[in-house]
Design a binder for this molecule. Sequence first.
Ligand SMILES: Nc1ncnc2c1ncn2[C@@H]1O[C@H](COP(=O)(O)OP(=O)(O)OP(=O)(O)O)[C@@H](O)[C@H]1O
Length: 228
Amino acid sequence: MITFNNVTVQYDASHTALRGVNIHIDKGEFVFIVGASGAGKSTFVKILTHELVPKEGSVIVNGQDITRLSNSKVPYYRRKLGIVFQDFRLLEDKTVYENVAFVLRVTGAKSREIRERTSHVLNLVGLRGKENEMPSKLSGGEQQRVAIARALANQPLLLIADEPTGNLDPNTSQEIMDLFSAINHMGTTIIMVTHNQDLVNAMHKRVILIDEGHIVSDVEKGGYISHV
Ligand SMILES: Nc1ncnc2c1ncn2[C@@H]1O[C@H](COP(=O)(O)OP(=O)(O)OP(=O)(O)O)[C@@H](O)[C@H]1O
């Protein structure tokens, strides 16, 4: 479903973020991307979200080379992705329900579909009954659940999570990881960047370690020892 062929990203003469990266990720996989600060993880994510287009190599997502997408196709490509960030990035002036419904509305979905899908994903992440709350009244874990519901609203092919537990305590982090695991069991491919070695080691999923722009290990049911 995702293939990186010989991808190199050089920001400038002294910063090469990825060096000849080759990766294949199948539909339905749960993959951790780990590595020290500056290793190239965010660059990898930015390529997938099409914030950054590598000048060398190709990146195939669902049969399409995203390094050759025309500008007009980028919004349609992005709709196939769900993205979850460390800092939640919710719309603070909108309710929980509206944070999710909003992303469906911008795609032109019909009212009934918006109602049904919003309720469905909010139930899925365990937020039934919180629809009318404002984000600031929720705990960090609940806010991340809203962000996950929003990411799932468009039934993405791929869910990308960049350090999703970075602002959460250990128990809440584990609950959020359990939620990602359940979502993956329902069939969604997940790529997660994290420094949290305890969570990675407890999951026994594929672990890709990046170091100075190189993939230095790629292990099914792997683990991770963080040196940061
Ligand atoms: N916009 C930029 N301009 C120049 N160099 C950059 C830019 N963005 C990243 N880099 C460099 O590219 C390399 C990889 O950075 P990247 O942000 O991908 O690392 P990371 O693994 O995500 O780090 P962290 O865990 O700290 O987020 C680093 O050497 C970084 O300094």
